[in-house]
Design a protein around this ligand. Structure first.
Ligand code: HEM
Length: 229
């Protein structure tokens, strides 16, 4: 397979979707784990320390470039796959099988991905752009190190506006359904076809697609209701 075919043939497109999807799944695990430090109930010390470590080290910064490349690749390939599926589906089926043929969220990956993309744009404006470009207020850790006070920025973002909290929850619900199909689909594209492994993958995929988005959704919710101190 040539490089051109990797990005243009339907097998190549599925492969890039699967590989980029697995990278993004790994990112979500790290991101959710790091953010979970907000529940340490220590005024954000542990969270700010962890975020500072990620922002100040070479390896995470290089991985960050890879992350944005993979996100872009995933979006472009996803749009191309969606367009080619639509053109193949030009003639509607005589009988609609609804959820008996496939689940609604498997057929709506493009729509769910678009909602997640819109969420991501707002999310970058809230945190990533201030953190990297426009500036975040500093705070001093107990060991005397000055760091970005991302914890206070998060508190201010979520406590001031219920609309923002609702938007994040909608983003997380879309992520949950996107992962419910995407998780197992990515590994199957990588060649997992054995019946037992597929059943196991499905179970892990469903667990992942509930636990991770739920953890994310609880972050704005718990900050809004003042459950985080
Ligand atoms: C809903 C709860 C979430 C909260 C409170 C949250 C918080 C944050 C914060 C504070 C940052 C800035 C980190 C820094 O600059 O050091 C960030 C970056 C980022 N977040 Fe989230 N996030 C959430 C969910 C998500 C979800 C669901 C996704 C993906 C679908 C996501 C994708 C990203 C990306 C791509 C970045 C930039 C990554 C980087 O520069 O390393 N976030 N998030």
């Amino acid at each position: 397979m040539t490089w051109k075919q990797v990005f243009t043939s339907s097998v190549g497109q599925k492969l890039t979707m699967g590989l980029s999807g697995i990278f993004l799944i790994l990112f979500l695990i790290v991101h959710a784990g790091l953010n979970a430090c907000i529940w340490a109930m220590d005024g954000g010390v542990m969270f700010n320390r962890a975020a500072h470590f990620m922002g100040d080290n070479v390896v995470p910064r290089v991985l960050e470039i890879g992350l944005f490349v993979f996100i872009l690749l995933h979006i472009i390939q996803g749009l191309m796959l969606e367009a080619s599926n639509r053109s193949k589906r030009g003639t509607p089926y005589a009988v609609s099988y609804g959820n008996r043929g496939s689940k609604w969220y498997s057929r709506s990956m493009g729509l769910l991905g678009t909602i997640i993309l819109l969420f991501l744009v707002v999310h970058m404006v809230h945190f990533w752009i201030p953190s990297r470009f426009t500036g975040v207020a500093e705070t001093t850790l107990p060991n005397g190190v000055e760091v970005h006070d991302l914890f206070s920025l998060m508190m201010a973002t979520f406590q001031e506006n219920i609309g923002v909290v609702i938007l994040y929850v909608i983003g997380c619900i879309s992520l949950a359904y996107h992962l419910a199909h995407g998780f197992q689909s990515a590994f199957r594209t990588m060649g997992v076809h054995n019946k037992r492994y597929v059943a196991m993958l499905k179970a892990i995929g469903y667990g992942f697609s509930v636990i991770v988005p739920l953890a994310f959704a609880m972050m704005p919710i718990s900050m809004y209701f003042g459950w985080v101190k």
